[in-house]
Structures are given as structure tokens and as C-alpha cells.
Design a protein around this ligand. Structure first.
Ligand code: CA
Length: 544
């Protein structure tokens, strides 16, 4: 970006806004610059992390991530700019909102040639490695070492694409990603350089498949339901009413709920026979529908041993039962057991990484951070999936341990967003931060010194493309209030607005857009939304 255009953008945003990272040049960093281990999962809701509290805390779903938090800082108001996988990953690499890095939805193209923080870290003398799920198309750039899952990746016997070519690895994906990461730390890195290692999990992305050792972890546990599992969307607009991501109606019996029937087995056997005749190994490769059949006979036997008794009971009730209130409650239970089971594998991974760093003494000079590409609905509003600016998917976990810098067990409640991550890594490395990145380094916050002019509002955009029929929307939020405008099919051209007071309505169940007592605030927030769009260089008509 032209610097003059950038500065013009700044003058337009007003004195109250945060201007950070704008062409700052830092002194050459010392030799003992810290290493960074960035552990990133896919769709990990903060509600499913013990340290964040909430209804699932008593299940103790993440003892190792909680341990990381107690040794570091937990960010309680951490959000994304667009709650969907590939766009969030584009933001992770570039420090920009989706409309600027170009990945506005999960799509076939991403400009890998553009400026990204790993390329800048390399220039600053860091070694960079990316292992696991990146979910951005195109040949990776900016990494000295990469070994990634193509596309969504598979839970069992996953394919990897890397410098050693395309290869399939037997086993369970989160364990394999961890093995590969520890292997790189131990043997493959250049030990004369500081490093940035990105450990990117596929889990707990749909279709939620735990490791065989975790299938039974929650089998006999009653998972607490959210209050709004049976939300009727009264007072909300078209978008909430017409999405297609309900637990009641949109989870598939076989590939989501893992209700495997003899018919499914026969269909697989027929396809497998046909594929074998054509010289192919897995008839379901490239998709998630056949995830269960990617298991080896031994893995499937371990899975079935736990699941067959309950599956037979449910299948005997017939498919109609699954649409009754009782059936929907069962769907929620099954969904959550698999989701939390997949998280158990990620948590094991975090534990192994922390143990390795401690054992080798590397922990003292290594920052470990944990986050996810967005949040997720765990039955809130009756939903699974993400995309909406309603809090459970808008928010994302963020935890950072930095020995000697971050106060152990501390929490931060400033508004932070995924546009901040790239600048944070560059700042940690003492590397120059380009003027066109759009976030703010979190380093001052990690040091417990939030700048006085830290941002007071967040901008959000969703482009309305892809699965689940979630309409395009944009919005602005501060720590208490949220204003959203929905657009698209069945919505008047001027859009449908929703407004929430999170303090009095934490579940975001009552759209208060028409409440007279909020009229003035809503008018102010509309102006703020336009100011943010100008600041972030959002073209007219975006994200409509
Ligand atoms: Ca995701």
C-alpha cells in the first residue's frame, strides 16, 4: 500500500483511535530473541476450555491448556474479524481483514505471494515452520519448513503435503501433528536461529472424530445443555431464522452423529470394491463423509466397541425419533461427546509440547501461545458451526505464556482481535512492522501495560458465502454493546439491524434495536461502524 494513502486513512479516523504498528522500526534485537510456539486449533470454542469457565468447566475438558493459562495470560475479550476458517487464517498470516488479504470465504484461491509475517520473520533471522492444517490454497511461502494437511485434512490416516511430497501417515491426526512438530524441534531445525513454530491442528473441526482412546471419554457423561438450546429466534431477523446450522435439523445421521448403519457399511464396501478395481485405496478421500471408513479395521473395532451399544439403541427408535425434543437432546449429547473428545486430543498435544520444552530447558526462552481460527456454537441458539457475530463464534480463545515477561495466571480484558497476531509475532522478534498491517501488537498488553489509546471498538464482516446459509453481515462491538446489520436473500436492501446489550442479555436473545432507550447509542454506533470501515479501508458495498 502507498504510504500516503495509509497516512490519509489515519488522519480520517480521528484522535481517539489506536494507531499502532505504523512503520515502527525497532532497534536490532538481541541474540537471545525468544522462540515462538503458536498452537492453533480449528473451531475450538472458548466455552470448551476449562479456564474460561462456563457450563462445561466441571468436565475438565482441557487440563493442559488450563496449565498453559495458569503459567501465562488469558485474554478474555479476544475476537476474530470474520468468523470462518480460511479468512481467519489469511488474517493470521497478513495482519489484515479479509477484504484486503482477499480470502473472504473458504475458497479456491489465496495470494500466497503477498506480504505475510512469516516472510518478515525470516528476513529478521527467524526460522519458520508450519506443521498441520493451514487451509489456505496455493504453495506455501515464508516457511523454511512446512508439512501441511491439504484442504480440510483427515482425522485418520491423514495425507500431508510438504517438502517431502504428498504422503499418508497412519494414525490419528492430532498425535501425528504433535509427533512431526516435536520431531522438527528435536532434529530438523537450525539450532543457531530463533524459531517460529506453528502447530496447527485440524481438530476439533467437523466431522468431529476423537482418537480411539477418547471415543469413550464422555460416553457416560451428561453434557450440560445451554439455556438457549431450543431458541425460537423471536425478535431476531431473517439471518438467525433461516440459517441451516441447527442441531435439530442439520446434523447428518451418519457423518455428523456417527450413527453408522449396516446400509452405510454395505455402501462403503461396494465403493471400496469399485475403488480397489480402479487402483484407488480410499473411496472417500478428499471428503469428510467417509471419515469413519478411513479408520483401519483395528481402529474401527475400538470405536465400535464403545459406540455400537448406544447406536443400536438409537437406531431402533427410528429416524423420526431423532426429530423429537428428546431426540434433539440426544443429538446435542452425541455432538458434544465427539467435539469434546476431539479436543481431548488437542489438549494432549499441548501437554506433550509443554513437557518437551521443559525437558529440554527450551521453555525458559520460548513463548507458547494457544488460539483457534474462530469460536463455535456448542448448542447455543440451537446451533453448531460459526460465521455469525453472535458471541460464541465471534470470540476466540487466546492464551500466552512468556516466561519472565507475562505474569503467570494473569488475565486481560482489553478488546483484541486476530488482526493483532501478526504484529505481535513481529514485535516479539524485534522485526519492523509494516505500515499496512491493521492490528496492534499485543506485546504491551502481555507486559501488563495497555496503552491508554487502546481500541474501544471492534469491526466485524461476514461475506455470506459458503455453507449454512448465514447471511452477509457487518457489525461493531464495544465491551458492552453490539450492533449488527444483516444483508442478502429475503432481507430488504437497507439491511436488517440487530442490537444487543451484553450486560443485560448475555445470551444475545433479545434484539433491542427498536428499544427507544438505545436509540441514541445505536445512532452513535452506526457512525462508529462507518469510521471503522474507513479506518480498515473497506470498499463500498462490502461485505454485502
Ligand atoms: Ca475454523
Amino acid at each position: 500500500m502507498n504510504r500516503r494513502v495509509f497516512l490519509k486513512g489515519i488522519s480520517a479516523v480521528g484522535a481517539a483511535s489506536v494507531v499502532c504498528g505504523a512503520g515502527r522500526l525497532r532497534a536490532a534485537a538481541a541474540k537471545d530473541r525468544p522462540n515462538i510456539v503458536w498452537i492453533f486449533s480449528d473451531d475450538h470454542a472458548y466455552q470448551a476450555i476449562g479456564t474460561y469457565g462456563g457450563r462445561l468447566q466441571k468436565l475438565n475438558p482441557t487440563p493442559n491448556i488450563d496449565k498453559l493459562a495458569s503459567a501465562g495470560m488469558r485474554f478474555d475479550k479476544s475476537y476474530v474479524g470474520n468468523s470462518i476458517c480460511a479468512p481467519s487464517r489469511g488474517t493470521l498470516l497478513t495482519g489484515k481483514h479479509s477484504h484486503l488479504h482477499g480470502m473472504i470465504a473458504n475458497g479456491p484461491r489465496f495470494d500466497q505471494g503477498q506480504q505475510t509475517f512469516p516472510k518478515l520473520l525470516q528476513k529478521a533471522g527467524y526460522q519458520t515452520a508450519m506443521i498441520g492444517k493451514i487451509h489456505l490454497p496455493g504453495k506455501m511461502q515464508g516457511f523454511d519448513y512446512w508439512d501441511v494437511l491439504p484442504g480440510q485434512g483427515d482425522y485418520y490416516q491423514p495425507q500431508f503435503l510438504g517438502s517431502k511430497g504428498n504422503h499418508m501417515v497412519p494414525g490419528y491426526v492430532s498425535d501425528i501433528i504433535t509427533d512431526k512438530s516435536l520431531g522438527w524441534l528435536e532434529a530438523d531445525r537450525d539450532k543457531s536461529k530463533p524459531f517460529m513454530l506453528m502447530i496447527h491442528h485440524k481438530a476439533p473441526h467437523r466431522n468431529w472424530l476423537p482418537a480411539t482412546r477418547h471415543v469413550g471419554k464422555y460416553e457416560d457423561v451428561e453434557i450440560p445443555e445451554p439455556d438457549n438450546l431450543f431458541d425460537d429466534y423471536a425478535t431476531r431477523g431473517v439471518a438467525a431464522k433461516k440459517q441451516t446450522m441447527t442441531i435439530a435439523r442439520h446434523l447428518t445421521h451418519f457423518s455428523d452423529l456417527m450413527l453408522v448403519t449396516q446400509q452405510d457399511r454395505d455402501a462403503y464396501a461396494a465403493k471400496a470394491k469399485k475403488a480397489k478395481a480402479a487402483g484407488k485405496k480410499h473411496p472417500f478421500t478428499g471428503g469428510e463423509r467417509g471419515a469413519y471408513f478411513r479408520m483401519t479395521d483395528q481402529q474401527r473395532a475400538a470405536w465400535d466397541k464403545i459406540r455400537e451399544p448406544s447406536n443400536q439403541k438409537i437406531l431402533a427408535k427410528g429416524p423420526k425419533w431423532l426429530s423429537t425434543k428428546e431426540g434433539i437432546k440426544w443429538r446435542y449429547q452425541r455432538y458434544m461427546k465427539d467435539y469434546l473428545g476431539a479436543i481431548a486430543g488437542v489438549d494432549d498435544s499441548v501437554g506433550r509440547v509443554l513437557d518437551y520444552l521443559k525437558k529440554t530447558g527450551m521453555d525458559k526462552n520460548t513463548i507458547v501461545m494457544y488460539s483457534s481460527d474462530q469460536g463455535f456454537y456448542l448448542g447455543e441458539h440451537g446451533w453448531f458451526d460459526k460465521r455469525f457475530m453472535y458471541k460464541e463464534s465471534f470470540r476466540t480463545p487466546l492464551i500466552a505464556k512468556w516466561p519472565g515477561v507475562v505474569k503467570p495466571g494473569s488475565t486481560n480484558t482489553d478488546l483484541v482481535q486476530n488482526i493483532d497476531w501478526a504484529e505481535t509475532f513481529l514485535d516479539i522478534a524485534g522485526a519492523p512492522i509494516p505500515a499496512d498491517m491493521q492490528g496492534c501488537s499485543l506485546v504491551p498488553l502481555l507486559k501488563g501495560k495497555t496503552p491508554a489509546n487502546w481500541r474501544k471498538t471492534l469491526y466485524y464482516q461476514y461475506f455470506g458465502r459458503g455453507a449454512h446459509s448465514v447471511r452477509a453481515h457487518e457489525g461493531v462491538a464495544d465491551k458492552r454493546y453490539k450492533l449488527m446489520r444483516f444483508m442478502g436473500r429475503d432481507i430488504p436492501k437497507e439491511g436488517q439491524w440487530e442490537f444487543y446489550d451484553i450486560k443485560t442479555d448475555p445470551g444475545e436473545m433479545k434484539n433491542a434495536y427498536s428499544a427507544p432507550e438505545h436509540a441514541e447509542r445505536i445512532a452513535t454506533m452506526k457512525i462508529e461502524l462507518q469510521r471503522l470501515k474507513k479506518q480498515y479501508k473497506v470498499p463500498p458495498g462490502v461485505p454485502g
